[in-house]
Design a protein around this ligand. Structure first.
Ligand code: V4E
Length: 219
């Protein structure tokens, strides 16, 4: 299991040029469809748990709370950097995903089914509530392990992400510092939190649920 530490930024016409200027190398451009699933009462997303299918593979993102390795103290720069970075555990092993989802919904892990068999979705009353396609350009930077994605979603929203993947229990503080340095080099180090694709999608397509997620401080 890995932890994704990530900061979003606003993309504009200058973003690709700025990436080139700081020596970012384009790894790939690809297109993928995301389908997000939840129960009828949105029990997963209200707990900040995000179940999705991308290119035929299941992925679960669960929040990772700030831990004691993140020593922000009174250093205002670190406090802001920590507030702007999200940290989520990413689970891609299907039996583990099913176990976690069952735990979230029913408080018990239960049995798991095979990858081909999607009856578990019906069993847990999970339905697709969001579906959109993204064109993503991915860049890598010389700085160890920093990836920058520039996303264009098919509902007319574009956003950038600076991300570092670390192993579970890895150094979150150092990941956030790398992200911060990259944001500064790119000229996108605003102290405003930038909305992800899902925020915008939900505000437009599920305004009631969006309002609940805001009230629950998930978004
Ligand atoms: C974690 C999360 C959601 C699930 C989608 O996560 P996101 O990182 O936005 O996905 P994507 O496709 O852009 O990147 P990838 O997974 O390919 O790296 S939807 C909302 N959240 C929570 C969340 C939040 N509270 N604040 C911000 C800025 N982003 C996400």
């Amino acid at each position: 299991m890995s932890v994704e530490v990530e900061r979003k930024f606003v993309c504009n016409a200058d973003t690709l040029k700025a990436l080139e200027d700081i020596g970012a190398v384009c790894l790939a451009q690809r297109e993928f469809k995301d389908q997000y699933f939840d129960s009828p009462h949105f029990d997963l997303t209200l707990r900040d748990v995000w179940l999705r299918k991308r290119k035929g593979c299941w992925e679960l993102k669960c929040p990772m709370s700030a831990d004691k390795t993140e020593e922000t103290g009174r250093d205002q720069t670190k406090v802001v950097a920590a507030a702007l970075c999200t940290r989520y555990r990413e689970i891609t092993d299907l039996p583990e995903i099913q176990h976690r989802v069952r735990e979230e919904l029913y408080g018990d892990g239960g049995r798991s089914s095979s990858a081909e068999d999607e009856s578990w979705l019906n069993e847990m009353n999970l339905r697709c509530f969001a579906e959109f396609t993204t064109v993503r350009r991915s860049f890598t930077l010389e700085e160890d392990g920093v990836q920058v994605d520039v996303d264009q979603a098919d509902f007319g929203y574009s956003v950038g992400e600076i991300e570092v993947l670390i192993p579970e229990g890895g150094d979150v503080q150092s990941a956030m510092e790398k992200i911060c340095r990259t944001a500064q080099k790119l000229g996108v180090a605003s102290d405003q939190r930038v909305e992800g694709k899902m925020n915008v999608y939900l505000r437009r397509n599920h305004p009631e649920h969006y309002a609940k997620l805001l009230s629950a401080h998930v978004l």
